[in-house]
Design a protein around this ligand. Structure first.
Ligand code: ZN
Length: 420
């Protein structure tokens, strides 16, 4: 058997052809969720699903689903996929390789005459990115019964509601009513995705096996001091909210860097100063904290330390403060049996991919609440993503897709493929 059994040329052609829809510049794409470009992309991908031997349809949440029937349609399905919507200034590979790679995996199995024991479904989830309506993972949350109350009334920057956009796309939100997700319907989910970070490149590895997705802790901290004239108030008498905030920001950085081998990351990405004037001592400063770790115990311990730093700094500078928790997601780990299967299949390809965690979230994050999941990462140039400069080489994408194909084949031909 050759090392590469998938059709790398066909896969490359599909990636190229999809990137022509909503193309910006030479290498970028803009296919905002539920836009005309998104619809055109979905139609093209649907035609490839049908060519591969699947029956394809679009569900009420605008997810594109291709079904390859197995010998026992009553058993849980193996689901493969990702998304084909993009950021407004996005790249060709984010999401796309997970959908097109999954189609390639199925098509290769069909061509090899494999009879799957269970149904295999390939999904292009609607609106993973969340950039148009400021809330992502829409399709996957819809499919798994996890939408929130005001979801359809969210508007884009032109005032178009998601309800209107869905109707325009050809999906009727009235159909949500009769829809209930059947627990246990999905046996496992596999997602191929570009890493969107620099770890694999730094390790000189083409692909990696994901250990889990680290959920973020998002806080908004507001420090309040007392404004005064920058020329007259002596240093010893100041209550400078920005100085206090600066100490907290530096302390956060020191805390998350303390264990250099750990994947902990902490970021202050937004800062607002009041009254924001060069000759007034800052009275009020609010800033955001994004703290992530695959190890929830370590993340909780760091959070506790950070809170004591904030308390001490406030005390030292005579400040008061409030802390608002905006998001607190637990890390979600990949299933051990899927990781084992990925390692075993990679071994047969003569590879030893490293395990790494995912800082960004993916459709897999939502899927992890309804089934076991596994992810394969493909190295991307300088870790650049959400940018037209995003690049993953055809060779690396081929290796990732080959591993997806081999692992999926192993699961569907082996009757005991789904383990608990
Ligand atoms: Zn993505």
């Amino acid at each position: 058997m050759p090392l590469i059994q998938i059709n790398a040329e066909r896969l490359g052609q599909h990636i190229h052809d999809l990137a022509q829809i909503g193309k910006i510049g030479e290498t970028g794409v803009c296919r905002l969720a539920l836009s005309k470009e998104d619809r055109a992309g979905v139609e093209l991908v649907k035609s490839w699903m049908e060519e591969a031997g699947m029956e394809a349809y679009i569900d009420p949440f605008a997810n594109l689903i291709g079904v390859w029937r197995g010998s026992d349609s009553g058993t849980p399905v193996l689901m493969l996929g990702s998304h084909v919507d993009s950021q407004p200034y996005g790249g060709r590979f984010d999401g796309a390789i997970g959908v097109l790679g999954a189609i390639e995996a199925v098509q290769t199995m069909v061509e090899q005459g494999v009879t799957p024991a269970c149904n295999v479904e390939v999904v292009a989830f609607c609106d993973e990115e969340g950039s148009r309506f400021n809330k992502g993972l829409f399709g996957v949350r819809g499919m798994t019964g996890k939408l929130e109350a005001d979801e359809l009334e969210r508007t884009d920057k032109n005032g178009v509601t998601r309800r209107e956009a869905l109707l325009e796309f050809g999906c009727d939100p009235a159909d949500f009513e009769g829809y209930t997700f059947q627990e246990g319907r999905i046996g496992a989910f596999l997602e191929l995705h570009i890493e969107q970070g620099p770890v694999l490149e730094s390790l000189d590895e083409p692909i990696g096996i994901v250990s889990g997705i680290s959920g973020p802790l998002w806080l908004t901290v507001e420090m309040t001091g007392f404004a005064g004239h920058a020329g007259s108030v002596p240093m010893s008498m100041r209550h400078d909210a920005l100085l206090g905030s600066a100490k907290i920001i530096v302390a956060l950085n020191e805390l998350v860097c303390r264990e250099p081998s750990a994947p902990t990351v902490g970021t202050v990405g937004s800062l607002r100063v009041f009254p924001d004037s060069r000759n007034i001592i800052p009275e009020k400063v609010s800033f955001t904290i994004d703290l992530r770790d695959i190890d929830i115990c370590r993340r909780n311990a760091l959070e506790a330390e950070l809170l004591s730093v904030i308390k001490n700094v406030a005390c030292e500078h005579g400040l008061t403060y409030t802390i608002r928790e905006d998001t607190n997601s637990d890390p979600r780990y990949c299933a051990n049996w899927i990781k084992d299967a990925l390692h075993k299949e990679a071994g047969m390809m003569g590879m030893k991919p490293p395990e790494l965690m995912s800082g960004p979230f993916h459709d897999s994050l939502t899927m992890s609440y309804v089934c076991d999941y596994g992810m394969i990462f493909v190295r991307c140039l300088e870790g650049i993503s959400h940018n037209p400069k995003e690049y993953a080489s055809p060779e690396d994408i081929t290796l990732g897709t080959e591993l997806l194909f081999r692992t999926a084949r192993q699961i569907v031909v082996d009757k005991g493929g789904f383990q608990t």
